[in-house]
Write a protein that binds this ligand. Structure first.
Ligand code: FES
Length: 260
């Protein structure tokens, strides 16, 4: 009997494992649920997303919104009147899609949200394995296209971090500057360690040794990729915290301390 056959015969949750295998899916379930609830709430507020030179990453780039800052001006006339307006609605599908289709997150939320399987070598609640070769999960293959968008977002957020160093035209550093800069660094570690990027920069080649530049790029991406899960969680937590920081400063709840 092969290993797969043995797994298929187990009932839901049955396993020979003696470790606390259920802890990780429970933590993933709670962590991702908390993020989705907060991110959805924050994205629908449409307010308190800017404080001085700081812009919440949930609202960047601001395509439509504040006429003074938005790239394309105020709320467009074609926007449906019955729909809540928030600048975040126009953009969050891109980083959201990037995370949703990430190879790491897929493995994590398949286990945590629909127990497919709950963990390695643990019985699952269904008999048939269809994998990602049929609809709808075959759509996960769009990940490489979300990567292109994520790289653009990274540049924009890096520019936001630069903007966060200028207070009324004068250079300075506040706690918010550090928060937004850390956000770019963590998102950079996550995005630049993407499995699709690893393939793109050199993984597709048969003989990487013939291209020194690609070999170096592949080594860099592989280095980040080795800790992809850690980058994924740190950047997820920090992007939400960055929004919270800007939001609470804009609401007058927190004071932004100036360091320089
Ligand atoms: S695989 Fe995780 S971001 Fe691409």
């Amino acid at each position: 009997m092969d290993a797969l056959g043995a797994t298929q015969r187990r009932g839901f949750g049955q396993t020979l494992r003696r470790d606390l295998w259920w802890v990780q899916p429970v933590v993933v379930f709670l962590g991702l649920s908390a993020f989705v609830v907060y991110a959805t709430w924050a994205a629908l507020q449409g307010d308190h997303y800017r404080f001085g030179p700081y812009l919440s990453p949930f609202y960047s780039p601001e395509l439509f919104g504040d006429p003074l800052h938005a790239w394309l001006g105020a709320k467009p006339s074609w926007y449906p009147g019955w729909l809540i307006f928030s600048p975040a609605i126009f953009i969050l599908w891109a980083p959201g899609g990037f995370r949703l289709t990430c190879y790491y997150y897929r493995g994590a939320y398949y286990k945590a949200f629909w127990a497919d399987p709950p963990s390695c070598s643990v019985g699952e609640p269904r008999q048939r394995y269809r994998g990602e070769r049929s609809f709808p999960l075959i759509l996960q293959n769009v990940h490489r296209y979300f990567l292109y968008l994520a790289l653009v977002f990274l540049v924009i957020l890096a520019h936001d971090a630069w903007d966060a160093m200028w207070f009324d035209g004068k250079f300075g550093i506040g706690v918010g500057t550090l928060v937004l800069t850390t956000n770019v660094i963590l998102l950079g570690g996550y995005t630049l360690g993407c499995h699709s990027l690893r393939h793109l920069v050199g993984g597709f080649m048969d003989r990487l040794s013939r291209s020194p530049v690609r070999r170096q790029a592949y080594a860099c991406v592989s280095c980040l990729n080795a800790a992809h899960m850690k980058w994924a969680w740190m950047s997820l937590f920090w992007v939400a915290f960055s929004d919270l920081y800007v939001r609470l400063c804009a609401m007058g709840v927190w004071k932004d301390w100036r360091i320089l």
